[in-house]
Design a protein around this ligand. Structure first.
Ligand SMILES: *Cc1c(COP(=O)(O)O)cnc(C)c1O
Length: 414
């Protein structure tokens, strides 16, 4: 290929940095920040031009172990030299190993691997419907879900969450979901009928604005489901794999689900999702009833296994809880410092929400200018999601940068 095969202006545009703005060739489905990162290490990201950002977004709770964690890099590169993909037509050693570890560490007896959170939620929904089908209750197929939820962007998971903003223009909503307010146990009980297969909720609503389901609520849901003979599905795509300070958030309430959707942190940045289920709840997913071409391929499961190596190390989750407490207390001081701007600080573990009196986008942008990354959410909340390996001095630095960002926003809004 000759150097002159493209007009010079085109090659300049193709190689240029964020100053030029995003390429029109990429479909415009995201309102992206105008910044391009070239490398990362731990809790830090660096642009091509060498500016360093403190990453308190973690790719939306995905980079659980930060960037370029040596154990993850080693696991991926070692596997990359051996085998990438074979298909689920054959046994996959990495899947068998990772599934056994997840089974040993959780309520689950069975694991299905997929590639994303939406797929994990879809798999959980399918498993619940099939469970009732194979146990003689095909009429039980509806699922009670909560307003303000987020379960992904497939047609079924959009209907499950029922957010009108994301459903508009996509044709008739997939049927079978009955929505109730989050945190309202009586509403759940009232919504359960003879056609109900399951209740599906996030133990902490992430996208919805870091709404923490109380232990009483989760225990109540477990009891209501048991009484009705239906399944409890937990979406731990965002809360899972240490983010909550426990391996899974439901452990705080001392309950277990029948089926759980997992993704985000489990791959530490490599696309990996999983549906975990009890033996009984998995009964409907017999050969041929569900599948995924890429799900649980050797690369993904090698990385997932390395993530578990770190997260399950004795003391790791205790350290996450200590970091979470430190961050939470530092952010609470921001509430004292900016009472007109910061209305509440809430969350679980290192999934923390700052409830604002202004649009979260303003604070996200001001934080970006101070070179700390945070994530907007519903209910006027900014999410603070540092990697689980964040150091104490990085917590202090991140909160200082956020304080400067809030100072900037408060001077503008005054
Ligand atoms: C991110 C998320 C999803 C969707 O995950 P994708 O990988 O984007 O499909 C589903 N549920 C929850 C709770 C999430 O946070």
């Amino acid at each position: 290929m000759g150097a002159g095969s493209k007009p010079l202006t085109a090659s300049i545009a193709a190689n240029s940095g964020p100053a030029e703005g995003p390429s029109p060739a990429v479909m415009g489905t995201y309102a992206r920040q105008n910044v391009v990162f070239a490398r990362g290490e731990g809790a830090w990201l660096e642009t091509d031009t060498g500016e360093r950002y403190l990453d308190f977004a973690s790719g939306i709770a995905v980079n659980a172990l930060g960037h370029a964690h040596p154990r993850l890099v080693a696991a991926l590169t070692e596997q990359a030299g051996k085998l990438w993909h074979t298909s689920n037509l054959y046994r996959v050693a990495g899947q068998e190993k990772l599934a056994a570890r997840l089974v040993a560490a959780t309520f689950a007896d069975k694991v299905f691997f997929c590639n994303s959170g939406a797929e994990a939620c879809e798999g959980a929904i399918k498993a619940a419907r099939r469970y009732h089908f194979v146990t003689g209750h095909p009429e039980r197929w509806r699922i009670v879900t909560c307003l303000g939820s987020f379960h992904g962007r497939t047609l079924a998971t959009l209907a499950a969450a029922g957010n009108p903003k994301y459903l508009e223009g996509f044709g008739p909503e997939a049927p079978g979901f009955d929505h109730v307010p989050y945190g309202d146990l009586e509403a759940v009980a009232a919504a359960i009928g003879p056609e109900t297969a399951a209740v599906m909720i996030e133990p902490v609503q992430g996208e919805g604005g870091v709404n923490v389901g109380s232990a009483d609520y989760l225990r109540g849901l477990r009891a209501v489901c048991d009484e009705a003979g239906i399944l409890l599905l937990l979406d731990e795509v965002q809360t899972g794999v240490g983010r909550s300070g426990k391996l899974f958030s439901h452990e705080w309430a001392g309950i277990t689900p029948d089926i759980m959707a997992v993704a985000k942190g489990i791959g530490g940045g490599f696309p990996l999702g999983a549906v975990l289920a009890t033996e009984a709840a998995a009964a409907g997913l017999t050969p041929g009833m569900h599948g995924s071409t890429f799900g649980g391929n050797p690369l993904a499961t090698a990385v997932g296994d390395a993530v578990l190596d770190v997260v399950l190390e004795p003391g790791f989750l205790d350290t996450v809880q200590q970091k979470a407490l430190r961050l939470r207390q530092s952010l609470a001081r921001l509430q004292d410092q900016f009472p007109d701007l910061v209305l509440d600080v809430r969350g679980q573990g290192l999934l923390i929400g700052i409830k604002l009196a202004v649009a979260p986008a303003d604070v996200v942008a001001a934080a970006l200018a101070e070179r700390v990354l945070v994530v907007g959410a519903g209910d006027n909340v900014v999410r603070v999601l540092p990697p689980l390996i964040v150091a104490d001095h990085e917590i202090s630095e991140g909160v200082e940068r956020l304080a400067r960002a809030l100072t900037h926003v408060s001077s503008k809004t005054r």
